[in-house]
Design a protein around this ligand. Structure first.
Ligand SMILES: [Zn+2]
Length: 230
């Protein structure tokens, strides 16, 4: 992990940053968007440091940004794979096992290294899965092998996290892939939309500029919003 050996501490993303990132989420691929978020949220981390992050650590740092914004509890509404009912799923970030400070082994005894954000940026534009896999294997500098996925998982177990849960309607047990970047992107879009609605309500009454309203500390923006809506 670089830079420094302490757990990376994110800044709390500002309202302007969240609106920028919300717009970027519509335009960028998931890997590129996560790079943009981490660049805004972790001061002192250069582009090369972020590209070198193993995916589990990238996700841990994305969740660090999310904790600074909205706290520890993730709420999702997955659809049951059996009865198609939608149910509520609540996950506490500390229980998931991510640790942004954990040192991921650089390589295993066969010189295999974990997949990094830089690798994802290099292969995510390749539409054919076989082509992406071949490019990834070339970047990892290893030959194709039947146990490659297992060895990569052993190197970086948090790169691919599945949540086991039971549907409260039909009781069907199921495993759901945890898409950290997709989850944070949805929340950032929700926060940005709400903030822009607040700006519109305040501007309608007070005729201040968007930039001025966004610069207000959150508590004061909330006060003027309640005045505008009174
Ligand atoms: Zn069900």
């Amino acid at each position: 992990m670089t830079p420094g050996s302490e757990a990376p501490v994110p800044v709390r993303l500002s309202a302007e940053a969240l609106i920028d990132l919300s717009e970027a989420a519509a335009a960028l691929s998931p890997a590129r968007w996560s790079l943009a978020c981490l660049g805004r949220g972790y001061k002192g981390w250069q582009d090369a440091d972020l590209r070198a992050l193993p995916l589990g650590q990238r996700d841990a740092m994305m969740l660090g940004l999310r904790r600074a914004l909205k706290g520890d509890v993730l709420s999702a509404e997955p659809t049951c794979q059996s009865c198609t009912a939608t149910f509520e799923l609540r996950l506490a970030i500390p229980d998931l096992g991510y640790d942004a400070a954990r040192e991921v082994p650089g390589q295993d005894s066969f010189d295999l290294r974990p997949v990094t954000l830089g690798d994802m940026l290099a292969v995510e534009h390749l539409a054919a899965p076989q082509e992406a896999e071949a490019e990834l294997i070339a970047r990892l500098g290893c030959g194709p092998s039947d146990d490659l996925a297992d060895r990569l998982e052993a190197l970086d177990p948090m790169a691919d996290v599945w949540i086991s849960c039971a549907c409260p309607e039909c009781g069907q047990q199921q495993d759901l892939a945890l898409d950290v970047v997709g989850f944070v992107a949805r929340e950032v879009r929700q926060i940005a939309t709400r903030t822009m609605r607040d700006v519109a309500d305040i501007a309608r009454v007070f005729h201040w500029s968007e930039a001025d309203i966004l610069r207000l500390p959150e508590a004061r923006r909330a006060f003027y919003l309640s005045e505008a809506l009174a």
